[in-house]
Design a protein around this ligand. Structure first.
Ligand code: ZN
Length: 219
């Protein structure tokens, strides 16, 4: 635990919610920010808000619909059928171009206004969906850019960067929030909380990780 404050970029999903509790464990003060960017399932913002309310975390939601419409993607445009798998020749159409760039840049400005310079994000590149803005090189580069942009010393924390999905479940368990993360969060692309629809790519990734973790948990 240190005396600093941290701002968590929270989507209401498994990864960022685990990061919220990681931040509560490591920082004296924690607040969270969510974005409405035109995603089909804006209930994820309500879920994020409810989890924060239950755990005493100040919460802000910002409307940034431009981010969802600027680059075409199947998460915000319901006329595009969602890729079930990552195509061999490129990114899945669930990739929202620039999303983490915008989210973190906005978070940094918001945090700075509140005297906060530690940002926490749930991105990771071990079991990731092929999104380039989840990779460590991007985060390190952006951290430098944010510092130069505002002449500050931000620290972007990525506690999940090198964990696979089973490792993320293990971390939630270590933090004592396994059930909260399993039952309350929304990962499913079809908008079903908890264990979800079980079939979409996000549910598959989540379930495979959960099964792998549960297989080791009881030993
Ligand atoms: Zn699903």
């Amino acid at each position: 635990m240190n005396n600093r404050s941290a701002l968590v970029v929270l989507s209401g999903g498994q990864d960022s919610t685990t990061c919220l509790f990681w931040a509560k464990h490591h920082f004296k003060n924690v607040c969270a920010i969510s974005y409405r960017y035109g995603q089909h399932h804006e209930q994820e913002v309500q879920i994020a808000q409810a989890i924060c309310a239950e755990h005493g975390v100040p919460f802000t939601a910002l409307d940034v619909p431009l981010i969802g419409t600027l680059g075409s993607n199947s998460l915000t445009d319901s006329t595009i059928p969602m890729d079930a798998e990552k195509p061999a020749d490129g990114l899945p159409n669930t990739f929202v171009p620039g999303r983490n760039l915008f989210f973190l840049a906005i978070a940094a400005v918001y945090a700075r206004e509140h005297g906060v310079f530690d940002l926490v994000t749930g991105v990771g590149q071990t079991d990731y969906s092929g999104y380039p803005d989840c990779r460590d090189a991007f985060i390190r580069s952006l951290n430098v850019t944010l510092n130069l942009a505002m002449d500050e010393q931000f620290r972007i924390h990525t506690p999940l960067m090198w964990l696979d999905k089973a490792g993320v479940w293990a971390l939630a368990d270590e933090l004592g929030v396994f059930d909260v993360v399993r039952e309350r969060t929304l990962t499913c692309y079809r908008g079903i909380p908890g264990d979800g629809c079980g079939e979409c790519p996000a549910c598959k990734l989540r379930r495979d990780g959960l099964q792998k973790y549960l297989a080791t948990r009881n030993h």
